[in-house]
Design a binder for this molecule. Structure first.
Ligand code: FRU
Length: 522
């Protein structure tokens, strides 16, 4: 009896110690299973919860940050507010993955401090220990981010955004802020943020690109601590319907050639072609000092409304360019009908550059590692009345693909028993593709969400191209011609879609139809 009581007391003591260790810096941290660093606060089965896209266990998330590969692990940091499901004082949340498909949730990486909230930024592996934060044997991971000082903003000042750095010597588990922060101060630029840093091999230096309202600024550094302003880009280039945010600059080979070009991604809010937030890109050259664009016009990576603030991984093993975006839009991000968490990331996508006549354009398409989540279904569709019809099959967690020429009309519809319908259409006469979510489910939480049909002009093609539609409960991603034309949209159907109907102009032009269910990652 006494023995039992002692054991019980011991158990209580352990529980008390464990609970206490979850309180750090006066903040409640999430609970984790020690083995799997996995879920205790959710079973990931709530209504609308994506099953194979990254979501935080709970609360608010926006931009992906600090995308970096190090020691066999892909890190995903993200803008995170752990106290609510609306935007608030920003932290960097953290998750890791071996394949970019399944994720482990990790404790919060960066907390606000006396210099401000922790806004978006990037991370690098400082291989040569140029910063001196680690050693050559244990090179530091260095995060470069924007500090946003609320007090400055409230006082109506213009200098409240500065750039800071932090380092980790244990693969991103714990972080130390540099005591010389901020490393770049502010001389009165109201929107001055989102540093993307990378190592520039050709000139043997660190390069940073950040945004300053209506243009990008480029800096260099030899040690990640002192930065020198080199050049500006973009005041008179591309789209300017809103503030420039979250830049990224990287080199890509033009597919099928030896030519190398530089690509600059710039998110912009508002001012996207289909409303609110969107991401434009420039193709050009970078000589270690200045970026020059080959074109003045606007180019967009996605014509849906829910792919924002996307950036690419540093240090990937085979130098692939892997991109992740935030699957939301500032027009309605705070109003979407989820309760426990808010918003998801896009699937990781590989960016590739292609030539069409004089111009180069960017494709974005799910990385091939995603294919291992797919399970081909044997359902043979009916081909009644020249339509492809699949009924009594839930398609909310599916990858549907087929091939058609891009010079005929086409309609694809997904429907449920509640009269909700999601439509993708090709209008060959207008050379226009469109995604229509106006009746796709719950749309009335914000007026612009259900109001518009998202359109994109395309170049017709007689040869067959792939149309691939990936549905994950509250998102749809449409990739045409392997990512030349892309639509990423959130959707909130009240019931699962259980009918799929494809209406081509000529049924015998549809080839390689495949429907695959996608295994959950949680
Ligand atoms: C983009 C953005 C960034 C900023 C962050 C704040 O969505 O506005 O410019 O750093 O979100 O959370």
């Amino acid at each position: 009896m006494i023995y039992k009581n002692i054991m019980r007391l011991g158990g209580l003591l352990i529980l008390f110690v464990l609970l206490n260790s979850c309180i750090k810096n006066g903040k409640k941290e999430m609970n984790f299973d020690a083995e799997k660093s996995d879920v205790l606060v959710t079973n990931f089965k709530e209504q609308f919860r994506p099953q194979f896209h990254f979501t935080p266990q709970e609360k608010w998330m926006n931009d992906p940050n600090g995308l970096v590969y190090h020691n066999g692990i892909y890190h995903l940091f993200y803008q995170y507010y752990p106290e609510d499901i609306v935007w608030g004082p920003m932290h960097w949340g953290h998750a890791t993955s071996k394949d970019l498909i399944s994720w482990k949730h990790k404790p919060i990486a960066l907390f606000p401090d006396e210099h401000g909230l922790i806004f978006s930024g990037s991370a690098v592996v400082d291989v040569q220990n140029s910063s001196g934060f680690g050693t050559k044997d244990n090179p530091p991971l260095v995060a470069i981010f924007t500090y946003h000082l609320m007090a400055g903003e409230k006082a109506g000042r213009n200098d409240f955004q500065t750039q800071g750095i932090a380092y980790s010597l244990d693969n991103g588990d714990t972080w130390t802020k540099y005591d010389g922060n901020p490393v770049i101060g502010n001389e009165g630029i109201k929107d001055f943020r989102d540093p993307k840093v990378f190592w520039h091999d050709e000139t043997n230096q660190w390069i940073m690109v950040l945004v300053a309202g209506d243009h990008a600024k480029i800096y260099n550094s030899s040690d990640l601590k002192s930065w020198n302003h080199l050049s500006d880009f973009g005041k008179d280039k591309g789209a300017h319907g809103g503030v420039w945010e979250c830049p990224d600059l990287f080199k890509l080979k033009v597919e099928g050639t030896q030519e190398e070009k530089w690509v600059l991604l710039i998110s912009i809010n508002p001012g996207a072609p289909n409303g609110g937030s969107g991401t434009q890109y420039f193709v050009g050259n970078f000589d270690g000092t200045t970026f020059t664009s080959d074109h003045d016009d606007e180019k967009w990576i996605d014509h849906g409304t829910d792919n924002y603030a996307g950036v690419t991984y540093n240090n990937t093993p085979n130098e692939e360019r892997i991109f992740i975006g935030w699957m939301s839009n500032w027009n309605y991000a705070r109003n979407t009908p989820t309760e426990k968490w808010r918003s998801a990331m896009t699937l990781p996508r590989e960016l590739t550059l292609h030539k069409d006549g004089e111009f180069n354009y960017l494709k974005n398409y799910p990385i091939s590692a995603f294919d291992k989540q797919l399970e081909k279904l044997e359902n043979t569709p009916n081909t009644k009345n020249e339509k492809i019809i699949l009924e009594n099959l839930e398609v909310n967690q599916m990858d549907i693909s087929f091939e058609v020429p891009l010079d005929e009309d086409l309609e694809i519809q997904m429907k449920n028993d509640g009269n909700e319908v999601l439509t993708f259409q090709i209008d060959a006469e207008k050379n226009e593709m469109m995604l229509d979510r106006t009746e796709s489910g719950i749309v009335d939480f914000e007026k612009s969400f259900g109001a518009s049909i998202h359109k994109q002009v395309y170049v017709p093609k007689k040869e067959s191209v792939e149309i691939r539609i990936i549905l994950d409960h509250s998102s749809v991603e449409v990739f045409v011609d392997k990512g030349r034309y892309v639509f990423t949209d959130q959707i909130f159907p009240t019931k699962h879609y259980n009918a799929l109907m494809i209406t081509p102009k000529k049924i015998d032009q549809v080839h390689n139809f495949a429907i695959k269910s996608v295994r959950p990652i949680w």
